[in-house]
Design a protein around this ligand. Structure first.
Ligand code: ZN
Length: 419
């Protein structure tokens, strides 16, 4: 996984363009069945429109002697992502208006974008600003911003059921390793794990999408898949050390929320759960009111909460192979729980079924009868196909064994069916 991050790190990705396509094909080479989708610029997607495609070949600020003082070829963060093409001589003052720095972290190049505002800019280590002493500079951004396409990657791994688990990761950042190449690597390796699972119950859908516009595009074009989605996760920031942070779904008590809590809760390591809030990554699109897909977000240290975030320090040293591996273990455990936890669905969900007629009360006598009756009532109440035996045990406070036994009695009597 770390080699994969290293391979893709130098590319100048964006929400469209060649760097994104090369990244998607690198993922596709490792995943049988992976498809790269193309949506033309100008396509209406809900309240948005697919933007023109951006491609960049070179960019620099040079002094009048032709010496490059800011150079895209040294680091692609030096150019504001999605800058319009420019080629002219500017005064130092005009240049400075287009230069972004981080005064509080003077040694780092910031990451800036201008997707929906047509302008240009450069990013520079703040400590290098005093080097810009000449009265005039030549500014060149050799880029194109014209009709093309938006691309995203999609892999559907079918299971016995149509119900889908969605794993989504953004794939639009240039030379930044933890955000977002760690997420891309994890999604590729998790997909390989899922492809290798025999007798899958659920269908899994992996999305490798440009942030915001990619999620909105996918949501706009895939109403059928949306209706089959049971829940899922946005994957990001899984390569740098730090405790796991789980941001719950908008409903807060979806199957994915419970499975992630159990997975993190049984590891014995520190983890943090936060309620849903409408900021962050694409979980905000999936959880929007027209969809309300129960998609949580699982990261290590969240965005904006580590000093390297969105700077040149988010590099190949920040991301550790060991951390990537540990993160992958957690995600595969989540899939394993989805696959292995017992789930039953009531065949008589409209009110309680009549237990006496089926002789089920007869089997509840003796010591512990009250608990056994309550276990049965809990199973009947929660047997909507989205609650596992583990979920019902947690909710009821009864033992997993008691719930499991009640589910078996009800299944034998034909009152519930195994999902
Ligand atoms: Zn980011």
């Amino acid at each position: 996984m770390h080699d994969f991050v290293r391979e893709l790190y130098p590319l100048c990705r964006s929400i469209t363009g060649e760097g994104l396509r090369i990244t998607l094909s690198a993922a596709g080479r490792r995943l049988e069945g992976f498809e790269v989708r193309s949506v033309p610029s100008g396509t209406r997607v809900n309240d948005w429109e697919v933007p023109d495609e951006w491609n960049i070949r070179d960019a620099f600020v040079a002094d009048v002697h032709g010496d490059r003082v800011i150079d895209f070829k040294r680091h692609n963060l030096h150019v504001v992502n999605y800058s319009t093409p420019v080629r002219r001589r500017v005064t130092r003052d005009e240049l400075i208006e287009h230069v972004h720095t981080l005064p509080d972290r003077p040694g780092l190049i910031p990451y800036r974008t201008t997707y929906y505002d047509r302008t240009w800019g450069f990013c520079l280590e703040h400590e290098r600003l005093p080097e810009l002493t000449e009265p005039e500079y030549d500014v060149v951004i050799d880029a194109t911003l014209e009709p093309g396409e938006l691309n995203y990657g999609e892999l559907v791994v079918p299971g016995a059921m149509e119900r889908e688990v969605l794993i989504s990761t953004h794939v639009c950042h240039p030379s930044l390793a933890n955000d977002n190449l760690s997420g891309v690597a994890l999604a590729v390796w998790l997909a390989q794990y899922v492809l290798g699972l025999e007798g899958r119950r659920y269908t899994y859908r992996f999305l490798f999408i440009p942030g915001t516009i990619g999620a909105i595009t996918w949501l706009s074009l895939n109403p059928a898949a949306i209706s089959r989605t049971l829940g899922g996760l946005v994957v990001a920031l899984v390569g740098a050390p730090g405790p796991f942070h789980y941001k719950a779904t908008s409903v807060g008590d979806a199957r994915i929320d419970r499975v992630v809590r159990r997975t993190l809760g049984t590891r014995g390591a520190e983890f943090v759960e936060r309620p849903f809030h409408p900021y962050g990554y694409d979980e905000r699109q999936y959880n929007s009111p027209g969809y309300r897909l129960p998609i949580g977000s699982l990261t290590r240290t969240p965005h904006g909460e580590f000093p390297e975030y969105h700077t040149s320090a988010d590099n190949l040293d920040l991301v550790k192979a060991e951390t990537l591996g540990e993160s992958l273990d957690v995600f595969t455990e989540i899939v394993r729980r989805f696959e292995s936890e017992r789930v039953v669905r009531s065949r008589y969900p409209f009110g309680e079924p009549q237990l006496g007629r089926r002789g089920l009360y007869d089997r509840l006598g003796g010591a512990g009868a009250t608990d056994r009756r309550m276990a049965m009532l809990w199973v009947l109440n929660q047997a909507d196909g989205d609650h596992s035996v583990d979920d019902i045990a947690e909710r009821s406070g009864l033992s997993r064994e008691a719930i499991d036994a009640a589910a078996t009695i009800l299944a034998d009597a034909g009152v519930v069916t195994e999902v």
